[in-house]
Write a protein of this length. Structure first.
Ligand code: TRP
Length: 391
């Protein structure tokens, strides 16, 4: 037992011990502490003892370790609005509630065609943008995948509990294979195993992702279970934590917002560029002329208002659009104003970071060091369970 023993203890509210009582191991820990306490103070006043236990119970409960979140993003260079709304905005929120690892996954990126000379810049740009959006290195661990060797090491181990049939059913593998028929490499096939290694290495419990990644997270769960059954329990089964906006449609109004399709607004776009890109954005296809009425629910620009505009602005657009009181240009101007308001602070932070790239590199190095510590611990457990050679 730590700390001084209270002499007089005020009874604490009855509700305080409700949640902890449901936790079996916590109860055991508390009763152990409790018996030590009685031995030390030699007191058996039941009411007083109950109060003390309640207080301790509450303390333990509120101090219980934070759950771990892991997420990864490919170093595609600059972030765009789709990444921000679908992922990074959520990361920024999660870091207050969870212990977060955020990883720039360059080993995943090499499964697709790329220019090696550009890779470093892409990683750095991505890190800069993530920080500009508000990921805080004081709260979260931000690092680069290839900086921590254990990712590929654990991937190899997990390969031995990955089923060929399971991997061949992955939709993303099928899609990517179609898109790069000239290069259907084994890395592309094994991609979900490396992704599972990313998460499991840090014993990630929650994985914030978009809908398109759920299949991979389910796969990671199967691998965790497969590992634990074959070699003994090491890993928790991770859970996908779907973002509230799992899919952001691009400016073409058709496909998911994606850099490779070119239907995005880059987060670093200037005001002028934002307006220009919005001008091209597809609206309700039925509204061909200014005097036609539109249907906001069929308009992708309206759905973007949903993220950036006040209730009042949205009502104004809805009313104007459905009565042809306003044109698509007016609607886009309003969206542009609101979007620019959100983007301005991000752009300003980005400017500061761009002027000082060493700060970003330092943050990544610190992230690497922290990540390596956790990763080494896990790999130690893994090697023992596997019965691998140890000095
Ligand atoms: N496959 C993810 C994507 O393309 C990126 C990723 C790699 C990831 N490893 C991860 C996401 C681990 C979550 C957890 O979006």
């Amino acid at each position: 037992m730590t700390g001084p023993c209270p002499r007089t203890v005020q009874p604490v509210a009855a509700t305080t011990n409700k949640a902890p009582s449901a936790n079996f191991s916590l109860d055991i820990a508390i009763s152990l502490e409790f018996s030590t306490f009685i031995t030390q103070v030699g007191r058996t006043n039941t009411q007083e003892i109950h109060s003390i236990v309640d207080a301790r119970c509450l303390r333990k409960y509120t101090q219980s370790p934070m759950k771990t979140v892991f997420s990864g993003i490919q170093p595609s260079g600059e972030l765009h609005l789709g990444n921000y709304l679908g992922a990074i905005r959520n990361w920024v929120e999660l870091q207050n509630e969870f212990f977060c690892f955020f990883c720039i996954v360059d080993y995943h990126a090499i499964t697709q065609d790329y220019t090696p000379k550009e890779m470093r810049g892409r990683v750095l740009d991505m890190a800069t943008d993530i920080l500009a959006c508000g990921v805080d290195p004081e709260k979260s661990v931000l690092f680069v995948q290839s900086d921590v060797r254990e990712h590929t090491e654990l991937c190899w181990v997990l390969n031995s509990v990955s089923q060929f049939g399971d991997l061949s059913r992955m939709t993303q593998f099928k899609d990517k294979s179609q898109r790069q028929e000239h290069n259907i490499n084994v890395g592309l096939f094994d991609y979900p195993v490396l992704q599972s290694a990313d998460i499991l290495l840090y014993k990630g419990q929650f994985v914030p992702v978009g809908q398109d990644q759920v299949q991979h997270i389910e796969f990671a769960r199967r691998l965790a279970r497969g590992f634990n059954t074959r070699w003994g329990k090491v890993f928790p089964e991770p859970e996908a934590k779907l973002t509230s906006t799992p899919k952001i449609i691009g400016l073409d109004g058709k496909a998911k917002m994606s850099k490779s399709i070119g239907n995005t607004i880059p987060l670093g776009a200037t005001d002028k560029q934002v307006r220009k890109l919005l001008a091209k954005a597809v609206t309700d296809p039925q509204r061909e002329k200014r005097e036609d009425v539109g249907d906001p629910d069929k308009c992708n620009v309206y759905s973007l208002h949903g993220f950036f505009s006040s209730e009042e602005d949205k009502a104004w657009v809805r009313e104007g659009c459905t009565t042809a009181g306003i044109g698509c240009v007016d609607c886009k101007t309003k969206l542009g104003d609101n979007l620019i308001e959100t983007l301005t602070p991000i752009r300003n932070r980005k400017k500061e970071l761009l002027a000082d790239p060493d700060t970003v590199i330092d943050i990544l190095n610190q992230g690497r060091d922290k990540a390596r510590q956790s990763a080494a611990k896990t790999m130690d457990q893994v090697r023992k369970k596997l019965g691998l050679w140890q000095r």
